[in-house]
Design a protein. Structure first.
Length: 305
């Protein structure tokens, strides 16, 4: 099944491993992600802080391209992109705001935009837990994982529409369907400080250390992320966090798509694991072939939506 897809600019650079693993896992699930043509950066964090209308124009152009393609639903992997696109769609419901944004575009934007959802939600809508379990080729039963959504994926609740803003559970459902042990991680929606990584390094290190310390204390084999900024911050900046906390951290931080890909038997190279600063080798050593798991129904056959 084809799905219209907005990768966002980090997918072509800093989060190339997220893009690689997303494409690979979606292919296994039978989801063909088709990039909308000629897309541009959505502006993400910095643009709207400078000029709300210009930021909205960047997003509106992408939404207009999707609308012109006849798209009903647009998928994106990045919570920041998702937030920006959804906020723009909401703001464009105001005729005065829309008129000012249209002046910045080559042509007025389409009157109606397609809905935008996360790749994670798209996967859950495409396959229930048993459908996901049917693709398992590696046993994740020896892995204990700490799900980490970050502060943006589920907030604000009325815009993001991602379940309970303080306690989303979609990632847990997907990881459990893959056979992993999933922690009830109290800081799963806490801010890691990534957006302030340059101007407020001490604060960012302190916030990151709090998350890394808890995951370490709960004996997680890895933190599982869904946000490029969060993943890069918690993985790349572990030495800064460790110095601030006077601790030693060696916590792998993988994308949920990388974990799912491992369960599906995809190779580490296919999933971009070589890009991790903190090696996942110890985690990989715990994986075993699981020829019988793919035939074992998940209790209740529940939907992950």
């Amino acid at each position: 099944m084809n799905y219209a897809y907005y990768p966002g600019c980090s997918a072509k650079g800093s989060s190339a491993d997220y893009e690689k693993s997303t494409q690979a896992v979606c292919a296994v699930l039978g989801m063909n992600l088709v990039e909308i043509p000629g897309w541009n950066c959505c502006g993400s964090t910095p643009a709207h802080a400078v000029d709300t209308e210009l930021s909205a124009a960047l997003c509106s152009r992408n939404l207009d391209i999707a609308a012109q393609q006849g798209v009903e639903k647009l998928l994106t992997p990045c919570p920041s992109c998702l937030s920006n696109l959804r906020h723009t769609a909401k703001r464009m419901e105001n005729p005065q705001f829309r008129a000012r944004v249209d002046e910045l575009l080559d042509n007025p934007a389409a009157p109606d935009f397609p809905g935008v959802t996360s790749v994670m939600q798209g996967m859950a809508a495409h396959c229930d837990a048993n459908g996901i379990a049917s693709f398992i080729r590696k046993d994740l039963g020896q892995l204990t994982l700490a799900p980490y959504y970050g502060c943006l994926m589920s907030r604000p609740a009325d815009i993001m529409d991602f379940g309970d803003p303080e306690n989303p559970t979609l990632m847990e459902c997907l990881l459990a369907a893959c056979g992993a042990k999933v922690l009830d991680f109290p800081l799963k929606t806490a801010c890691c400080g990534a957006s302030y990584g340059i101007p407020e390094r001490t604060m960012t290190a302190r916030l990151s250390a709090r998350i890394l310390r808890l995951a370490t204390d709960m004996k997680a084999d890895a933190i599982v992320a869904a946000c490029p900024l969060c993943q890069m911050n918690l993985d790349l900046r572990q030495p800064q966090a460790a110095k601030e906390a006077d601790a030693i951290f060696a916590m792998p931080v993988l994308y949920f798509t990388q974990i799912m890909g491992l369960a599906f038997g995809l190779s580490p190279d296919t999933l971009g694991l070589e890009k991790l600063r903190v090696s996942a080798s110890a985690l990989l050593d715990k994986l075993e072939p699981a020829p019988s798991i793919s035939k074992t129904p998940v209790e209740g056959g529940q939907s992950c939506e």
